[in-house]
Design a protein around this ligand. Structure first.
Ligand code: FAD
Length: 569
């Protein structure tokens, strides 16, 4: 007498109905009832750095998913449970008499450890857990297995392995119906979150209240609103949701010439609203777009084009494979998201290390100590570098290209890949000599497409700490943007105080004679900052310091503080 399956489908990295291998597996069980559920993970709500624009993207995506579920079953929707999954899942599983918990596999460092704990709990409760790969083109664990556990750290290495595995699986059809959820009674009302250290407090108008009731303020498990979360309004024009994602993909790939000729270095980082690239990364992050759907739509479009096509890896399939590569490295390198304990990441004795407001997961295993005043192992922090960091973050460096990009990042939650190159190189090996971990934290807060694997991997690449080693190739904040746009449109938009400067001075306004500054209505040093340092001199000092670091300085330099000798004042 086998009980008919009663299933919780746990949505996390896959806020969609199209091409969902995990959801398909759940439906294959032919469940008696299916509860589509999202749990408010306290890690995300309190400890991860999530800016208002990413909150908006998430809530948009949840609302659309809920609507799409209701379209195929008017009795169902996305049920948002306010509470940490490790506390809340065992309760609902018991009360709703659940037999199966199904979800898309998450290979993220934090996600993996959370899921291991959930699986252990479910084993004790005799609930079957089904976890299915679907977030990447190829199953990350399978790629690692085929490469004897070693993650491919070049795109060619990944290509070699995946050629043997065959092309990604074809997308699965969108379900046309879903079983009803069962009884929704729950006899607990509130959950307390212990020791919540709210890194997002600044984003809120009132303290976070989302755990007052598991069902939410209306008692109906509905998707939270900005009001409920007490969030300040978002500023980004980019909105989440499966329908938005599919529309954007179709519009992009309908232009078969643009899709077939896409070559990353030729897409201008100076182009914005809309950007020159697909702008689909946040949809891949939230899973409102399936990466396999993206891959095959591109393939279909490119096949129709008869002219000369761009080549791998700068073409779109190559870009998607970079994403898979970083997921593999994240899954296979220990401590991928930081410098300490990350064997593949070169030790560089940066003038500023990572923030002493460390995120929850990092704190426990850190080898260096920070005291109350933020001193690193008893050393005073570098005041000048700290000031540069703040000015970089706030878009006040006095270099218009850098400032415009940082303001765009905060406002839109998105900047072009080569814009990311520019600001990351500037902050780290190019000019400020500040740790990539500090930059990573800012991107984590402000990007709508923040993806831990891609963010850490690309910061390591740009700072020449891993993947890329030609540290002498530094992006100039003046010559580089000029190659793409001599008129400085992006600067004029995001630094409006500079909007009346002649083209000739737009990337270096401090060179404009006083009369020209007056005519432009902006005196440099008063209405817009002077450059915070001499760009050429800083570049040279950073190159020297990188040269030393590349000759091999051990971690002991960090511990005894003698790294400072390498970088004299
Ligand atoms: P397209 O050029 O249209 O490319 C299509 C897709 O390919 C992207 O959506 C993305 O999923 C993938 N892709 C393209 N380039 C890369 C890349 N270098 N690494 C990984 N995937 C790539 N991307 C993120 O998704 N999340 C991040 O947090 C993130 N942080 C970054 C930090 C730095 C310092 C740098 C230099 C890059 C970072 N990237 C990150 C990679 C890249 O900049 C973005 O994926 C891309 O700009 C998104 O725009 P798009 O969707 O228009 O990309």
């Amino acid at each position: 007498n086998i009980m008919p399956p009663r299933v919780i489908y746990w949505f996390r990295t896959d806020l969609r109905l199209h091409d969902s291998p995990a959801l398909s597996k759940a439906l294959e069980l032919e469940p008696e009832c299916l509860y589509p559920v999202w749990t408010w993970d306290d890690h995300y709500v309190f400890h991860a750095r999530v800016g208002v624009n990413r909150w908006q993207f998430l809530l948009d995506s949840q609302s659309q998913l809920s609507e799409n579920i209701t379209k195929i079953n008017p009795k169902s929707k996305l049920h948002v449970l306010r509470g940490p999954p490790l506390q809340i899942l065992p309760i609902v599983v018991k009360q709703w008499k659940i037999t199966h918990l199904v979800f898309e596999k998450d290979t993220d460092t934090y996600g993996r450890s959370r899921d291991d704990q959930v699986m252990e709990m479910m084993r004790k409760l005799k609930v079957e857990v089904i976890s299915v790969s679907g977030r990447t083109l190829w199953d990350v664990d399978e790629v690692l297995k085929r490469n004897k556990g070693k993650p491919p750290n070049t795109i060619n290495a990944l290509s070699k392995i995946t050629e043997k595995m065959g092309p990604p699986e074809h997308p699965l059809p969108t379900p046309t119906s879903l079983p009803d959820p069962g009884d929704l009674d729950l006899d607990i009302e509130s959950q307390s979150v212990d020791d919540a250290e709210d890194l997002n407090a600044e984003q809120r108008e009132k303290p976070a209240v989302c755990y007052d009731s598991i069902r939410g303020p209306k008692g109906d498990f509905s998707v939270p609103t900005f009001e409920e979360l007490g969030l300040k309004p978002a500023t980004s024009p980019w909105r989440g949701g499966e329908s938005v994602a599919l529309k954007m993909l179709t519009e992009y790939t309908d232009d078969i010439e643009k899709t077939a000729k896409f070559s990353k270095p030729d897409t201008p980082p100076t182009q914005f609203l809309p950007p020159a690239t697909t702008n689909l990364s946040a949809h891949l992050h939230f899973g409102t777009l399936s990466v396999r759907t993206f891959w095959y739509k591109v393939e279909e479009s490119v096949a129709k084009f008869k002219g000369k096509k761009s080549s791998f890896p700068t073409n779109l399939p190559g870009q998607l494979m970079f994403r898979d590569m970083y997921f593999c490295c994240q899954a296979g390198w220990e401590n991928f998201e930081r410098m300490e304990g990350n064997k593949e990441c070169r030790f560089i004795p940066w003038a500023l290390r990572n923030s002493y407001v460390l995120s929850h997961t990092y704190r426990t295993s850190h080898v260096i100590s920070y005291d109350e005043e933020g001193r690193v192992n008893g050393q005073e922090r570098d005041g000048e570098a700290e000031e540069w960091f703040t000015r970089w973050k706030e878009g006040r460096t006095g270099f218009p290209w850098i400032d415009a990009l940082m303001r765009q990042l905060k406002h839109e939650g998105f900047i072009h890949h080569l814009g990311r190159h520019s600001v990351a190189c500037f902050l780290t090996r190019g000019h400020c000599y500040i740790s990539w971990e500090r930059g990573q934290e800012v991107f984590e807060e402000w990007l709508i497409d923040h993806e831990a694997a891609c963010n850490s991997g690309n910061w390591q690449w740009l700072s020449a700490s891993a993947f890329f080693h030609q540290y002498h190739r530094v992006y100039s904040p003046i010559a580089f943007p000029k190659k793409y746009d001599k008129t400085g449109r992006l600067v004029r938009h995001y630094c409006p105080e500079l909007s009346k400067f002649p083209d000739k001075y737009i990337y270096e306004p401090w060179r404009a004679p006083k009369a020209e500054q007056k005519a432009a209505g902006c005196i440099i040093g008063e209405d817009y900052p002077l450059p915070m340092f001499d760009e050429g001199e800083r570049r040279k000092r950073c190159l020297d310091a990188m040269g030393h670091a590349y000759k091999g300085v051990g971690d002991e330099r960090l511990r005894d503080g003698s790294w400072r000798e390498l970088f004299p004042e």
